[in-house]
Design a protein around this ligand. Structure first.
Ligand code: CS2
Length: 486
């Protein structure tokens, strides 16, 4: 099939039939296909090695009918305004659907050929409590997995079972590399796995401590959920049908903590950076780029706008986002070698304006409760501890509240939402009514999201309450205008 593609479509330069699997990836969505799989494809082209990827989904969608039917091959489109560029990525050598039972995933993860597991399982996949980072022992999947460790449903349960079987069979070490946007993602992954393993007993926690590594990483590339339109555009521009297309922007970045349990792909040869400490990079990316996305998403929906680029085209929102980042977010950042924060802000804003990336505000607003701690609340806490203003950063926190409140019965279910805390916020809205102060108080008391110290801060409470009142009114953007006037 590859030899029938137009010459403008780049195809793998290596012999895929010789490519053996060496790593597994959990969560083969648009992001993985535009990021880790592309870096790996670059690396295999540069220096052929046994680093084929086995892609596993333990949640829908099934991979069999898309990547599976195409032997793991797919088109990765890069789009920027009117520019479009296609490349076929060959690094995924096999895909495994494990939605019904953990057995197919375990078969791969336990294999001695697998030296590394990367994952993009979304923030909530870690089953941690956002405000503390600890394993949520009340999470229904964790309760299930602790009672039925051989048939896990959760990511921590699956990984612990795989490690237990590795310990009991060949005992080979494993690096587990989180590629999700949670703070200190390696530390959180290591901690949920260890907490679970400690409850299993049998020496597993000690074996894990000696034979695994959980490096942290910062990943970046905007790659929204693929639409029918994307599939059609490959057909229209390049003349063939591909059901596993992924679309991303030109920018990409990957910073990985150099802490591995064994051999690692030399992604540093193809643009990734290996560092001792990812924290400054992670703060920069989550607070600036992701913070801006979350802000534009909820405020954008409240303003009736569909995509990030539509929100960026709105003069009030784009003025607000620049001022929020420059005045309140940037001063909370740690120095990052080689990156000037203000230049990074401008570069991020330019990326968010890209009209060819159709990133829906509702998609970014999904699971907001799992995102606001690292994107908004942590910089707010840092500023409050220095006695600095938080009037701008508080607006998107209220934006997240208003987004969930307006999905409740009491507020006429203005849009469907998907967030683990949606039910809790809807119950608060149904019981509390329209009073912004009572709503803000009740939502700030959710300690899985807001740590009690932050929730009790009077400056923060006042700023959130005032913005929430505006956001729930007939003129929601008054919240933005008022915050800029202060
Ligand atoms: C987005 C991210 O949906 C979201 O939460 O903010 O997926 C974002 O596009 C990526 O982190 C960019 O690297």
């Amino acid at each position: 099939m590859l030899d029938r593609l137009p010459a403008s479509v780049q195809t793998p330069s290596y012999d895929r039939t010789m490519l053996a699997p060496g790593m597994a990836h959990l969560g083969v969505g648009a992001f993985h296909r535009c990021h880790q799989a592309e870096y790996t494809d670059d690396l295999i082209s540069l220096r052929f090695d046994r680093w084929g990827i086995v892609g596993i989904n333990i949640r829908p969608p099934s991979l069999a009918d898309t990547l599976g039917r195409q032997s793991g091959l797919y088109t990765r489109l890069i789009r920027e305004n009117s520019h479009i560029e296609a490349r076929v990525i060959g690094s995924i050598v096999r895909v495994v659907d494990s939605q019904e039972s953990a057995a197919p995933a375990l078969g791969v993860l336990v294999s001695p050929d697998i030296e590394l597991v990367t994952m993009t399982v979304t923030e909530k996949g870690y089953c941690h409590i956002p405000s503390s980072g600890e394993l949520d022992l009340g999470h229904p999947d964790i309760v299930h997995d602790l009672a039925n460790p051989e048939t896990p449903r959760s990511v921590p349960g699956l990984l612990v079972r795989a490690l237990e079987l590795r310990m009991a069979t060949h005992g080979r070490p494993l690096t587990l590399l989180s590629c999700d946007n949670i703070p200190a993602n390696g530390i959180i992954l290591g901690s949920v796995v260890r907490s679970f393993a400690e409850r299993r007993g049998n020496g597993l926690a000690a074996w894990i401590a000696a034979n695994t590594a959980f490096p942290s990483s910062m990943v970046d590339r905007i790659a929204p959920a693929v639409t029918q339109d994307d599939l059609d555009s490959v057909e229209q521009w390049f003349g063939y049908r591909d059901d596993a297309v992924a679309v991303g922007e030109p920018f990409r970045q990957w910073v990985i903590e150099e802490k591995f349990a064994g051999r690692m792909p030399r992604w540093d040869l193809v643009g990734a950076t290996f560092v001792d400490d990812v924290t400054p990079f992670e703060h920069l990316k989550m607070r600036v780029l992701n913070g801006a996305q979350t802000t534009l998403a909820t405020l954008g929906v409240l303003a009736g706008l569909e995509h990030t680029s539509d929100a960026m085209a709105d003069p009030l929102l784009s003025d607000f986002i620049r001022r929020m980042l420059v005045e309140e977010t940037v001063p909370t950042l740690m120095p990052v070698s080689g990156i000037l924060p203000l230049a990074y802000v401008e570069q991020s804003l330019a990326r968010l304006k890209n009209t060819a990336i159709r990133h829906r505000n509702h998609q970014i607003a999904t699971d907001g409760s799992q995102k606001i701690v690292q994107r908004l609340l942590n910089p707010i806490r840092d500023r409050l501890s220095q006695g600095e203003s938080i009037g701008l950063l508080s607006v998107p926190v209220a934006g997240w509240m208003a987004y969930l409140i307006q999905a409740s019965d009491r507020f006429c279910k203005r849009w469907p939402v998907s967030d683990p805390y949606a039910g809790k916020v809807a119950a608060i809205a149904d019981a509390t009514g329209h009073d912004a102060s009572a709503l803000a108080s009740a939502i700030l008391a959710i300690d899985g999201i807001f740590d009690p110290g932050l929730a009790a801060d009077e400056t923060f409470r006042a700023a959130v309450t005032s913005a929430l009142g505006d956001l729930l009114s007939d003129d929601p953007m008054a919240a933005v205008r008022h915050s800029l006037e202060q």
